[in-house]
Design a protein around this ligand. Sequence first.
Ligand code: ZN
Length: 204
Amino acid sequence: MNNTSHIYLPGRRKILITAPHAEEHKRDGQPKFAEPKTGLIARYLSQKFNCHALVTNGVQEHDPNYDITCPLTLGDCPFKDALSTVIEASNIRLVIDLHQLHPSRPFDFVIGTNDGKSVVGHDFLVETLRSRLLQLADRVLVNPPFGYSARHAATITRYVAEGHDIPAMQLEINSQLTDEWENVARVLARFVIDVAPMNRKGRL
Ligand SMILES: [Zn+2]
């Protein structure tokens, strides 16, 4: 499972945290900056709260959350291939895909669910996550019309929801907040604990 392009950390909960931009990557061939705190948060949630984590490792030739060469069907994208393998091997019931926003953006968090479709009927997940994020910051958006909403055809969120029929949410975190990334990780840990009973009862 682990190769040069990504690292998988197994967990006991049926929740997978992904960080496809943790390292520098190319989007349509153009280099993009890394979002390193997403990798730290994913590792924290795996090591301390028993989630599974899938994190990129080293410079990526593709953008697994954007390039159409990483499409909705299995193809030339090692990260998405690994994602599918983990989901099926560990009976994953929820995926949270982490990203960092440029610090100039006038909001703290954005939850993207492709206008509600990617939670495949589990609408409570969005409100539960939003409530937890509001404990840390005021400006929490859900599916704003101008972007960051996982609508693009090749997002991790759509790949999971449409390819595996399980809920997935994209979470964009303002990079100003990630200076204290452990606070963000702790808030996400509370969300993980919030949904644990539903997970145990098979409702998620
Ligand atoms: Zn990103």
